[in-house]
Design a protein around this ligand. Structure first.
Ligand SMILES: Nc1ncnc2c1ncn2[C@@H]1O[C@H](COP(=O)(O)OP(=O)(O)OP(=O)(O)O)[C@@H](O)[C@H]1O
Ligand SMILES: [Mg+2]
Length: 232
């Protein structure tokens, strides 16, 4: 069995948190002890003196995680922008060692860890590392989330090609927030040599901001063969 999965996206805002949360909950429903992680989170809000990320709140809630926020998201930044720019703006240095240490604790503690990426694979996380380097170091396979927007074919195929060029294993692609015609999904399938794991429709009752997930876990379990993500 895999020890986890890294959920990246073709872009920011495509539904990495929603899909990562649903994958984590679906694997938990299989009886596994699951952990979640968002190594670097920007756009965190200051509440009672500590920085709270809505992605972290959502991911923890969907699996009832009791892990400390400093493990789930060891680097939280206030400005809602790319991490390296957010760090400069808020006068902090990104200490990537915190990410490695937290990941080690979580992967020893849990059977399976679902890690949500930051933006896409080529987002810099410090002066020397891209998100893709986190994936390599964690030695996890990828699930690539794309969604229904103009430009998604290009972004998704570029993500696949870059992952391949970095020798990152790809479990497959999930297309989220499908609104109607799935012609673009067939195009992605035609030109990428990785499987489309499934599609998830746009759901009125899903909101990361309000921490509500409606029946997204049931949808994911129906649409996606979760054992393809769990099995090596
Ligand atoms: N299947 C869905 N149906 C309806 N709304 C969705 C769905 N998936 C995601 N959303 C909404 O779309 C927005 C973006 O989703 P999400 O936060 O999961 O994206 P993300 O890729 O994690 O973004 P970020 O790069 O900021 O981490 C959120 O408001 C979320 O509630
Ligand atoms: Mg997110």
């Amino acid at each position: 069995m895999e020890k986890g999965v890294f959920v990246t996206g073709s872009n920011t805002g495509v539904g990495k948190t929603v899909i990562a949360g649903a994958i984590a909950a679906a694997i938990k429903a299989h009886g596994l002890d699951v952990g979640v992680m968002k190594p670097v989170a920007s756009g965190a809000k200051e509440i009672d003196g500590s920085l709270v990320s809505e992605d972290v709140v959502y991911l923890k809630k969907i699996i009832d995680s009791t892990d400390d926020d400093d493990l789930v998201s060891p680097i939280r930044l206030k400005p809602p922008i790319a991490p390296t720019i957010a760090a400069v703006k808020s006068g902090v240095t990104i200490d990537i060692d915190k990410v490695w240490k937290a990941y080690e604790v979580l992967s020893n503690r849990h059977d399976f860890v679902v890690v949500e990426g930051i933006g896409g694979l080529m987002v810099p996380v410090d002066d020397t590392l891209f998100v893709a380097d986190l994936v390599r170091k964690m030695d996890l396979p990828l699930v690539i989330v794309g969604s229904d927007y103009l430009g998604t074919i290009n972004h998704t195929l570029l993500t696949v090609e870059y992952a391949k060029s970095r020798n990152i294993r790809i479990k497959g692609i999930i297309i989220n927030m499908l609104k109607g015609d799935d012609g673009f999904v067939r195009e992605i399938e035609k030109y990428s040599s990785v499987p489309i794991l499934g599609t998830i429709p746009f759901k009125e009752n899903v909101s990361v901001e309000n921490c509500v997930y409606g029946d997204i876990v049931e949808d994911l379990r129906r649409e996606i063969n979760i054992s393809k993500i769990m099995r090596k």
